[in-house]
Design a protein around this ligand. Structure first.
Ligand SMILES: Nc1ncnc2c1ncn2[C@@H]1O[C@H](COP(=O)(O)OP(=O)(O)OP(=O)(O)O)[C@@H](O)[C@H]1O
Ligand SMILES: [Mg+2]
Length: 176
């Protein structure tokens, strides 16, 4: 068969998605065996759009997001289905490859920074570590970048103090 390209209609425009979740399920190992807390969730986030997950407490919003980031512990959680972040399949990816993607193509703002940041390190050092890992900057330059990020995001820490100094612990941050 010969196709006349000049008269063929253009192919349908494919909408690019930054996030594609397809039949995602998550089970946790508990005293009562494997318990399913996310059951067959599918959703797409097209480029340039914002999608909100709404549901009652305990309905699985956070676990869905953690699974999408590849942040659930491989031993205690069983994740099935598919999650594509900026084209990368996250389910089943080794930790090293996941950490190349996290902080570069995808990030998560956790519900409770006091609990999600490590109290053993300052806030500035924890931001700087991500910059060092992905942008290959020196310790000094990555800390300067951490301050820049913190200032541009207008974080509460910045309003309370001029910069996330090395002495700012996560407990010193407000989370509103
Ligand atoms: N590590 C875990 N082991 C066992 N069950 C867990 C674990 N983490 C979460 N769950 C359970 O998974 C379910 C979904 O929890 P999740 O935190 O995703 O809810 P949520 O929709 O984010 O709630 P909220 O609105 O309160 O933040 C809950 O029943 C929770 O108890
Ligand atoms: Mg939650």
């Amino acid at each position: 068969m010969v196709t006349d390209v000049s008269t063929s209609p253009p192919p349908p425009k494919v909408q690019d998605d930054v996030l594609q979740i397809d039949r995602l399920s998550v089970e946790f190992h508990t005293d009562r065996g494997w318990t399913r807390v996310v059951d067959n969730v599918s959703l797409n986030v097209p480029i340039g759009t914002t999608v909100g997950l709404v549901g009652e407490s305990g309905s699985g919003k956070t676990v869905t997001s953690l699974a999408a980031m590849g942040l659930l512990p491989p031993r205690g959680a069983r994740v099935t289905g598919s999650v594509r972040v900026a084209g990368h399949e996250m389910v089943g990816l080794p930790e090293r490859a996941l950490s190349d993607i996290r902080g570069a193509d995808v990030s998560m703002v956790f519900q409770e920074p006091r609990r999600s940041l490590s109290p053993a390190f300052t806030v500035g050092d924890q931001i700087a570590e991500v910059v060092r890992r992905h942008e290959g900057l020196s310790k000094k330059a990555s800390f300067a970048r951490a301050i820049e990020c913190s200032t541009s995001s207008g974080s509460t820490t910045q309003r309370a103090a001029p910069a996330p100094t090395r002495t700012n612990s996560p407990a010193a941050c407000a989370s509103g």
